[in-house]
Design a protein around this ligand. Structure first.
Ligand SMILES: N[C@@H](CCC(=O)N[C@@H](CS)C(=O)NCC(=O)O)C(=O)O
Length: 209
């Protein structure tokens, strides 16, 4: 049985929960992290010395980093529809996953951690404003890509490209501090399309930002 360690309300854990349900895989889940069991516990550090969630345990395989876990699960299940086996096809999907990991970090800190949650040190007004502006610009990038080749982010089918970015678009629409939002029709249509998926509604568009 797969074992997922990480609180259910964490951004990086929710992406993995979403995919586990897409794959209909049985798993157990444990609430580690902020507000729950602390990840500086030696039992947790033995699995992930970095102390971050999620961690996935699959027998002898112990994994950290949410996007590495997403790729592992898709490959483990042979789901080449989600992550193609050929290098070029995979790279087109992974480019969007890496884009979220790199390009969304500063906007998430400024607009969400600082602007929505008021967390120090991200709540400095200039940093919040910059984060919101950067997030808006990233949404225009997604809208342009979807308008050019949707309805999913990597083309006609749902793939792993939709998972990290699909969370970002949910949070964009859920944040109170960014209203009013620019109208981005292709982005809104993609959000509606993802919302038709039960695992997305269970773990991403589930009442939490
Ligand atoms: N790059 C890592 C980031 C992991 C990360 O920062 N996770 C956050 C939750 S979203 C965390 O561990 N926070 C500390 C805590 O919850 O105690 C990944 O994608 O898994």
């Amino acid at each position: 049985m797969l074992r997922l360690l990480g609180r259910r309300n964490a951004f990086n854990v929710r992406k993995v929960l979403w995919l586990l349900d897409e794959l209909a895989l049985p798993f157990t889940q444990e609430d580690w992290g902020r507000g729950h069991r602390p990840t500086d516990d030696p039992a947790f550090r033995a699995l992930n010395p970095l102390g971050t969630v999620p961690v996935l345990v699959d027998g002898d395989v112990v994994l950290r980093e949410s996007h590495a876990i997403l790729r592992y699960l898709a490959r483990r299940e042979g789901r080449v529809d989600l992550l193609p086996a050929d290098p070029a096809g995979a790279a087109r999907i992974e480019a969007w996953m890496d884009w979220v990991a790199y390009e969304m970090t500063q906007p998430m800190r400024g607009a969400y951690l600082g602007g929505e949650q008021g967390l120090v040190p991200w709540n400095e007004p200039g940093f919040v404003a910059l984060g919101r502006a950067m997030w808006a610009e990233r949404m225009r990038v997604l809208d342009g890509a979807l308008a050019a080749g949707g309805p999913y982010l990597a083309g006609p089918r749902f793939t792993l490209a939709d998972v990290p970015a699909g969370f970002i678009v949910h949070r964009w629409f859920a944040m109170k501090g960014v209203a009013p939002r620019e109208e981005l029709p292709a982005l809104a249509a993609w959000y509606a399309l993802l919302s038709e998926r039960a695992p997305y509604r269970a773990h991403i568009r589930n009442g939490l930002p």
